[in-house]
Structure formats: structure tokens, C-alpha cells
Design a protein around this ligand. Sequence first.
Ligand code: GLY
Length: 328
Amino acid sequence: MKVISSYNGTDAAARTYQLLSRGAELMSACVEGIVLVEDDPDELSVGYGGLPNSEGIVELDAGVMHGPTHRVGAVAALRNIRNPSRVALRVLEKTSRVLLVGDGALKFALAEGFVEENLLAEKARKIWEYWRGCTPEMWNAAAIVGAGRVDPRAEPGAMTSGIDREVAAYVATHSQRPAGTVHLAALDAHGDMACVTSTSGHAFKPPGRVGDTPIAGAGFYCDNTVGTCGSLGHGESNLRNCTSFFAVDLMRRGVPPLEAGLEALRQIMTRAPAFDLDANGRPISDVRLYLLTADGRHAGVSLLPGNRMVVSDEMGTRFEPCVALFYS
Ligand code: GLY
């Protein structure tokens, strides 16, 4: 038995592993783990407290896939419901559909007894307010303040004065269009597999923008006889390349999970449009993949260095490093 997740899913992986150890049903154990992340207002890329779209409205995406039945449930651009993964699971369980979006997804959730609420938590609201009136130069200046450094180019007090401490701390570690997300996959005691991905998407995205997270084959995929793959990062890269399906298909052909993940990232780079690359041909945004095989092997890979994944098994819950395609 094993559970893996993205770096921000420590509690989620531990919870799912605990539920599975007690004999809980596989798919709902995965979702109940992810719900911990969706409920956390300090996780700015998922669920309640996620950063909003350009108009200040939080729009959530999530997808779940159940290996034994090869069924998928997903929701996209869902507003006012804090746990899109639970709604996605309900789509899987209660309908013959795969993906509901926008108003239709909200209507479905309400009919299923979910309750509407304002998802724009205070910290996310402050960061959005700052972003709204911000030029790239101001964002960079605030990042310097947040990192506790003095910008030698800044006029005393210019641009950076009066920036909220939480906003500055956030800006110091994020680009002006940051992405987040959480992914979790599990292999249970019966050898069955499932996975979930949930996100508030790119911060400050255009209303209605949907990334890879709720799209089976892009942001998540599960083949019960082979393994799973799920992703964080630049959704458009995964949408263009069906990355999660591609990686699982490589594993189906016998490629080990680490190599399958790296090969999927190489494919993204080979096909990357110029606007996704910097002047040196390196990716501007990261893509991270988390892979788990039906025989219990796992790997985490990323375009850019410095990433970790979470693993829960009989040895406990721990971080392990991801292997990067690009170093330095
Ligand atoms: N990977 C999350 C997104 O692009 O929305």
C-alpha cells in the first residue's frame, strides 16, 4: 500500500494512507485527503483561500479517476463551493458524465447538497488587490522587500512602501502569474489505484480559463493495471501534450516511472512554443509530475530544480526529492 502526493499534500497523504489502512474505500479515501488541502486558507493554489481570477472570483477545478472502473469525474471553473474534489467524486458516482463546468457544475453541486460560500479568504484577497494595481516592476520591487533585501535601484520609499507583510512574503517567492495545485495518488491493499488533482488554477487567470487539472490525461490519469500520473504547474503545457496519459502509456510499455516522467517533460520541451521559453530556451514556468506504478514504484520529476514529493507507506510519511530536467 502506498500514497504519493505533491509537496503540499503531506497531511493529505498521511490521512489517505490512514483511511486506507482502516479499510476505507479507495476513491473516497483519496478525496478525503485532498479535502484537507482544499480547506486550508493558507494554501493559496487550492480550494478555499485559493488565489482568484483577474476579477477577484475564485474558480476551482478538480478531477478524480478510479482505476478499477476506469471512471472519471471532474469539475471546472466551479465557483462558491470549497471542495471541488468532492463534487468531482459525486460526478463520478452519480452520473454517466465525466466533466461539468461553470454554472452547470454549480447547479449540480447545489442539487447534491453542497453549500455555497465566499471562497476569497483575506490573505488571497490582499494579494489579488496588490496584483490588480501592480506593474511587473512593482511586483519585482515588492519581491525584494518580501525577501528582506534592499533594492539598490529603488528610490527611498518608492513603490515598495506600505506593502502588507503577507503580500510581500508571497510576492518574494512567486512570479506575477503563479500556479499551484495539489495531486494525490494511491495504491491500496488490493492492488487497486486512484488519483485526484485539485486547484484554483493560475492566479489572476482570465475568468473561465481552465488548465490541465480537471482534464483526464492532462492533469491526472490512472490505468489500474499500469499506474498513475498527476501534475502541478503550467497547465497549458500539459493540455497541449496530454502529459499524464503519455507518461502512464510509457509505463505501460515497460518504461520505469522516473524515465517515463522525464521523457514526458522532454516532450513538453521539444514542442514548447517560444512564449513558454526564456532567452536561453529554458522553461519560464515549471511542470511537475508525480508517478506511481501498480507494483508500488514511484517517482517525482520537474522541469525546474528544487522540488519535493510526499510518500506515505509502511515507513511513514516523508518528503523525497524530485528529479529535475534542468539544473541551475
Ligand atoms: N496546473 C494547474 C493549472 O494550470 O491550472
